[in-house]
Design a protein around this ligand. Structure first.
Ligand code: 5AD
Ligand code: FES
Length: 353
């Protein structure tokens, strides 16, 4: 596409209240390196304008790999009898939070499978204790729960919640998530927003059966929901899941989706995901160069870290706790950016103080 024409189209998409799916689709189908450079530079400028140069860190603790679901892409699916299941003890979790605090990180993401064995009050106590000991935001990422569970945890001090929609296409969603419904997923996102959580969602790029039109509609979904964070990562087939023989998601399409999401959502936090760093090379730097502004260092201790295998070849499974942190400092420096050790709340104006 002519560079002026493409820049004009991107500017139109940026200014639109709600962009048109066909326009997003045409950008997602760009292939020439000139076009991609134009797209990525435009997204980088939007990131600069709305998010600045700071890269926020979210330290992640994957505290349980039990799961009652059978998502066809995920290695933690309940039918996978090969992985050893674990649930970290309260003390182990708190110790990991302490390590994270010692590295000056001010957001902890407590993530698990959809684990029905997590006692609601047990998790509430952990939230209370973290909040009483540390100046830290808590993000929960523990799957689909009732309004009452979400409320209890919010009242205890949880600040944010991550629940990826994975795909906004009902037919595709329900074909990849046995026994689950898109409606309930959306109900959860609605409940979380009603309760005042800062809400993160996102998708997987390259799911079997996904089209560019579906990805375009995902981006419109992100815009409509005015998300505080949007996580976008490539599909990586796991040998012990239903999608084991499917093709891996493309890095380039993932980067195009990140760039467009930045242009459309403007100030949503966008992580350069671990999945993006787990392909043939580490594409997280590329992600940071085309719209992303968040990194998620892994603070899950061994032996658990190796066992949280949602997809194979996951980055940093052998790194010592804390190593990611230093590595990310280097990444920021080599991009001429810096790690922002602030709490990193939502950038949505006026919503959070
Ligand atoms: N490939 C890529 N991403 C995956 N996830 C789970 N399984 C895979 C996979 N095989 C992502 C989902 C989930 C997040 C924790 O990990 O988006 O929400
Ligand atoms: Fe883990 Fe680089 S991000 S070592």
């Amino acid at each position: 596409m002519n560079m002026f024409k493409l820049t004009g189209l991107l500017a139109k998409i940026k200014e639109a209240d709600l962009p048109e799916a066909a326009e997003l689709e045409s950008v997602l189908s760009l292939e020439s390196s000139d076009d991609l450079n134009t797209l990525f530079s435009f997204a980088d400028l939007v990131r600069h304008e709305f998010c600045g140069e700071g890269i926020f860190l979210r330290g992640i603790i994957e505290f349980s790999n039990f799961c009652i679901r059978n998502c066809f892409y995920c290695g933690l699916n309940k039918n996978n009898l090969k992985i050893k299941r674990y649930r970290m003890k309260k003390d182990e979790i708190l110790k990991s939070v302490e390590l994270l605090a010692a590295r000056n990180i001010k957001t902890v993401v407590l993530q698990s499978g959809d684990d029905s064995g997590i006692d609601v009050l047990w998790l509430r106590d952990i939230i209370l204790e973290i909040k009483s000991k540390f100046d830290m935001a808590i993000t929960l990422s523990v799957g689909e729960r009732s309004f009452d569970d979400y409320k209890l945890w919010k009242d205890a001090g949880a600040d944010r919640y991550l629940l990826k929609i994975e795909t906004s296409d009902k037919a595709l969603y329900e074909s990849a998530h046995e026994g689950m419904s898109l409606d309930n997923r959306i109900r959860c996102l609605d409940d979380l927003k009603t309760l005042g959580y800062q809400v993160g969602s996102g998708n997987i790029v390259g799911l079997p059966g996904q089209t560019l039109k579906i990805i375009a509609n995902d981006i419109i979904f992100f815009k409509e929901r005015d998300l505080d964070m949007t996580g976008i990562g490539p599909f990586i087939p796991h040998g012990d899941s239903r999608f084991s023989n499917q093709d891996i998601g493309e890095a380039l399409l993932t980067l195009k989706t990140i760039a467009l999401t930045r242009i459309v959502t403007k100030n949503s936090h966008i992580p350069a995901t671990t999945a993006l760093g787990s392909l043939d090379k580490d594409y997280r730097m590329d992600g940071l160069g085309c719209g992303a502004n968040v990194l998620m260092p892994n603070f899950t201790p061994q032996p658990y870290r190796k066992l949280y295998e949602i997809y194979p070849g996951k980055r940093c499974v052998d790194e010592p706790v804390g190593a990611c942190n230093f590595c990310m400092d280097d990444m920021a420096k080599s991009l001429g950016r810096f790690i922002d050790y602030g709490i990193g709340d939502s950038l949505k104006v006026g919503r959070y103080v």
